[in-house]
Design a protein around this ligand. Structure first.
Ligand code: M6R
Length: 614
């Protein structure tokens, strides 16, 4: 939540920071702001709403300056208005600060500061922090950097911050704890700071990912210095960025979400590249190679995740239990962390997260690690916090996902889980050669089959037109299609604001069937396989109550076609891999419905891409 970006160098800071904010807008879009230092002093522009509002607001204003910080906000403390927008200034207006995270003890700190004469303009925790820095600087007579360090020693919570002061217009001070921050090292002695690498990639590919409780000071002519919060100097570890600039553009599509849906044939292929060799009958994940034996002998695997990643974990449960015969539990990270979970020797906890920054998932992992578990990660964002705190893991290689609604990250997560389950099953000997060969042969064909499903886009758009005004929707599936039903319902809810529920098809008769009438669209996954006949019966139950059935079926199906109002065909595949195909029509349906309803598809209301707060 919240995106932060900053620049210091020889170029004009404003356009660089503004462009960076546009890249980070997926992290929050309640308000935006930029502060600059130039000959006139410290200028601070901020505005409610999107970055484009800020851009309008700053038109014809003085935006000169080669040092600047910017912020795009997802509101936690205080309404999304101009006053609560970042950057926040100290009382003497010498210091400006941007922040992503939550200062949990801000109330206590604020009381103390008010008692010492500070007054506050906003309701934010961030303004408290910048006043604290000012207060310490005045009383301790120390530099701004030292005041920031001392202030952070008094803070409980999560933060990624960047601070600049009129007293030293040649310096930016940055720090992080539980919220991400990357430093880009430019070619000409200039520096870029951002919540992720997307605003940096077009200027440099040399980056340093800050660790928790590290403070970076970047200064003209002095370069980058790194300290821990105890003031010990550290050597920055410079990494090379692999991200491509084109991956951050819409590439001719109207929305990032549509682009990302259409990228799936390629992103799934990228995901299994080098991990699957059908000729040699081999699968493997380099990142977890050293843990394969431990996984094969694990007594239990616990997946922790949130949202769409949690749905991928549910698909993983089916795969792992069927192929490896290892008992699996799937936990909402937010629930797991506040229980006293029983973690025994031989348990392995695997976190699944697109961003690798989700606060609840991170906290669940930390808890599991503290209890002695081996913790592994399946993340998309390279260098993210989860990928760094885990013992080992595998990247999904889906490329940057900008649309808030997760699409290609989901199919890539399911692909990694499939490969992982297959590799462990082979090691354990729980999967016979013929079944293994069949699954890997089919897995290699998935990208072209996804492409085939995408060819039905126009037809799916026409179905969307019919159901765009529905007030509610039900999604039904059985077995590994049940998580796909949940994911379909989540996609519809989050971008079109239509109330939708996902259910195991057979559960319908235990309650939800009462909702069915002629106005209720029921989306059903009724592909060939173990539960086909049972799902057919469930469809009949819906039709008997005049519900509208939109069924996803295997190519050539006749039985469901005769009953359903609409069918969407997907190519035949091995049953284990159906979620990779069946999810695509649901992504397209929710996309088209949201567009037809005039919703902001890439930035749905109240949401943010990366949920770095509890
Ligand atoms: O980055 P993560 O995968 O950890 O994010 C988890 C959820 O916040 C995320 O999947 C969310 O549910 C998406 N908006 C779903 O489209």
């Amino acid at each position: 939540m919240c995106g932060i970006v900053a620049y210091i160098g020889e170029e004009q800071a404003f356009p660089i920071v503004l462009k960076g904010l546009k890249r980070l807008e997926y992290r929050g879009y309640d308000s935006a702001g930029i502060a600059l230092i130039n000959k006139e002093g410290l200028l601070n522009y901020k505005h409610k709403g999107k970055v484009s509002e800020l851009e309008k607001h700053t038109d014809k204003k003085n935006i000169d300056g080669t040092i600047g910080i910017g912020h795009t906000r997802w509101a936690t403390h205080g309404l999304p208005n101009d006053v609560n927008a970042h950057p926040h200034l100290s009382g003497n207006e010498n210091i400006a600060l941007i922040h992503n995270g939550i200062i949990e003890n801000y109330d206590t700190l604020k009381e103390g500061l008010i008692a010492r004469g500070h007054t506050f303009k906003s309701e934010t925790d961030t303004e408290v922090l910048v006043h604290l820095v000012e207060d310490i600087q005045e009383h301790e007579k120390v530099s701004t950097a030292e005041a920031v360090r001392l202030a952070l020693n008094n803070v409980i919570g999560a933060y990624a911050i960047v601070v600049m002061s009129k007293d030293n217009p040649n310096q930016l001070i940055a720090a992080r704890k539980s919220s991400p921050l990357v430093v880009g090292i430019g070619k000409e002695g200039d520096f870029y700071l951002a919540s992720d690498a997307t605003p940096i990639v077009e200027y440099t590919n040399e980056v340093v990912y800050l660790e928790d409780e590290e403070i970076a000071i970047v200064e003209r002519n002095k370069g980058l210095r790194l300290y821990n919060i105890q003031n010990q100097e550290k050597t920055p570890y410079i990494q090379e960025l692999e991200m491509q600039l084109e991956a951050l553009e819409k590439g001719g599509y109207e929305h990032f979400m549509l682009k990302e849906i259409h990228e799936q044939p390629r992103s799934i292929k990228d995901c299994f590249r080098g991990r699957l060799n059908v000729n040699k009958g081999w699968v493997g994940l380099g990142g977890i190679k050293d843990y394969e034996q431990q996984l094969a002998t694990a007594k239990r695997i616990i997946f922790v995740a949130c949202g769409t990643s949690w749905h991928a974990a549910l698909v993983g449960e089916y795969l792992f239990e069927d192929l490896t015969r290892i008992p699996v539990e799937v936990e909402y990270a937010s629930e797991f962390r506040y229980r006293n979970p029983i973690i025994g020797e031989g348990d392995i906890v695997i976190a699944i997260s697109q961003s690798g920054e989700t606060a609840d998932t991170l906290a669940a992992l930390e808890l599991a690690k503290a209890k002695g578990a081996t913790i592994l990660g399946i993340c998309n964002v390279v260098g993210s916090s989860i990928s760094r705190i885990t013992h080992a893991g595998s990247y999904t290689h889906a490329g940057p996902e900008i649309g808030v609604a997760s699409t290609k990250a989901f199919t890539a997560q399911v692909t990694v889980l499939t490969i992982m389950a297959l590799a462990i099953a082979r090691k354990k000997g729980t999967l016979n050669e013929a079944k293994f060969r069949r699954i890997i042969t089919e897995l290699e064909l998935i990208p072209e089959k996804v492409a085939k499903v995408l060819e039905s886009s126009d037809y799916i758009e026409s179905i969307s037109e019919i159901y765009k005004d529905a007030a509610n929707a039900l999604y039904l599936g059985r077995g590994n299609s049940f998580p796909v039903a949940l994911e379909g319902a989540l996609k519809l809810k989050e971008i079109s604001y239509i109330h939708a529920e996902g259910y195991p098809a057979a559960e319908m008769k235990h309650g939800p069937i009462a909702l069915i009438d002629e106005a209720m669209p029921v989306f059903v996954i009724a592909t060939k396989g173990q539960s086909y006949e049972k799902v057919v019966s469930n469809i009949q139950e819906v039709k008997a109550r005049k519900g509208k059935v939109i069924a996803i079926v295997t190519e050539g199906d006749k039985q469901v076609k005769a009953m359903a109002d609409h069918v969407i065909e997907i190519p035949d595949t091995d049953e284990h891999l159906v979620p990779l195909l069946a999810t695509i029509p649901f992504q397209l349906l929710s996309y088209y419905i949201a567009v037809m309803r005039g919703c902001n598809v890439d930035q749905p209301r109240n949401l943010a891409k990366s949920v770095t707060v509890e």
